[in-house]
Design a protein around this ligand. Sequence first.
Ligand code: T3D
Length: 281
Amino acid sequence: MADYETLLWERSQGVATITLNRPDVFNALNPTLLEELRQALRRAAADRATGAIVITGAGRAFSAGQDLRNFQEGDVSDPAGQVSQALERQYSPVVRLIRNLPKPVIAAVNGVAAGAGMSLALACDIRLLADTASFTLAFSRIGLIPDAGSNFSLPRLVGLSRALELAWTSRRVGADEALRIGLVNRVVPAADLGAEAAELARSLARGAREAIALTKQAMTAGAQLSLDETLALEAELQARLAGSPDFLEGLAAFLEKREPRFGQGANGAGEVLPAAPEAAG
Ligand code: T3D
């Protein structure tokens, strides 16, 4: 579907695949791409037929981060204002959307992910990495700090000391190391990446969607809450699921020794996790 200038969108078997599509510049992020990514994520959030989302890149890269030519072409009389506006208006909404979206978001990292391209991959719930791909924070090379949420996600994934080293050096992290330090969930042969990501996404889309959404909410909250707060949240969310059709179907399937057939209605149009202003439109 030719809906976007800088993205490809496809939905098949419950999976929306969003492909960053500026291959000539390694899918560098410009205002159009970020706005279209926001639109595509909202569309996936609202679409009842979508149960999981895959984000990937066209060509050789996942994304090289901010399009550095935009800085040169833009208004350089107020670089501070330009940067903070870009972060607040273009990057932060995308990161919040992914984090708050009540559906799994998988990054299929097909090539290098640099700068905010790496931040984008880290914002996703799950990362599959092509064995030929790599990460570099890249910000230190141009005298900036990591942004677009990397300061939130990277220390949580790899620990503070590793995160600092990767930020300060901007060195390339290849597939073996990325897997070893917990940057990615799985490394797959480059030729299989699309199929593996689609298969994982399809299996999640076939799952108990409300439980999948509330698991994301509970795990995300649990990373910030105390034990007592987490236990209370678990009790509240589990109570919402205990009488649900999916729970009854899951129980019946277990007792009848068959695969469950979950309904596909939950978390469709309009339903978003709390505290997700960007996802509400
Ligand atoms: O205001 C705000 O928005 C602040 C927010 C900032 C967020 C950020 O993301 S800051 C960090 C920006 N990104 C970078 O600094 C990364 C720059 N790129 C690189 O370091 C390297 O290109 C890569 C490590 C990504 C890949 O290296 P390599 O050797 O595999 O490829 P290459 O030859 O360097 O790049 C391939 C092409 O992509 C090349 O185009 P050409 O010469 O063939 O026509 C290159 O210019 C282009 N490209 C790569 N990165 C960017 C880019 N074009 C524009 N912007 C880029 N970021």
